[in-house]
Design a protein around this ligand. Sequence first.
Ligand SMILES: [Zn+2]
Ligand SMILES: [Zn+2]
Length: 267
Amino acid sequence: MLIDSHCHLDRVDLKTHDNDFGVLMRACNEAGVARMLCVGIDLDAYPAMRRLVDPYPEVDVSVGVHPNESGGEEPSVERLLELAADPRVVAIGETGLDYYRLEDGDSAGQHARFRTHIAAARACGKPLIIHTRQARADTIRLLREEGAEAVGGVLHCFTEDWEMARAGLDLGFSVSFSGIITFKSAESLREVVRQVPLDRLLIETDSPYLAPVPYRGKPNAPTYLKHVAACIAELRGLDVERLAEVTADNYRRLFGREQSGIGFTAA
Ligand SMILES: [Zn+2]
Ligand SMILES: [Zn+2]
């Protein structure tokens, strides 16, 4: 039983699933994925995303605005709290810093938005989903300055070095790896996977992006999560079932889903 800790189900290409979201959900179930976290990246698309997953209690959601999003509604603490009052919302994010795609060269806007998310997470007591790319020092600095340790969360789709992972772990965060770890060029990242404490490890697809080998370059879906799991299991010298169990336990502990039924409802 696998849990996908980060996917964008509202962006998954349904062409190979009869253009039917229910067909995709059944395919995920058949591929061993029992739970998914559908992550928000902008407030304008949020209501449609929330409606899409509403009939599927095995899908958790998060609310937030991605650091690279522009032109949509800018989040305030109050607005995030209003949306996060929904019991299906298990986390705030994705939020963070991404200097790789910093278009205007001005990081101040990203910093302000990131601080808003951390304040909202602290106010509602829900963990943070952190997106960080080429902004190691500032990401850790802002997490520290805003007291993110009080709620913790996950550094998602981790691609940075061990020093950054260590700093996140020290703040109580977990680390989640995507299909990137299956890429041939990702040897140094595989070294990080080997070092993360087993009780802080999560797995994700980041669908529809970053399909794992052997589907690299194709549209991704949670149905491919087993390829991420198999790669990490091998790196950690565990069988896949054990890795699945450990990462599912970590997910439930982090996102407060210990009590909820994991079974699928017929769609
Ligand atoms: Zn991200
Ligand atoms: Zn994402």
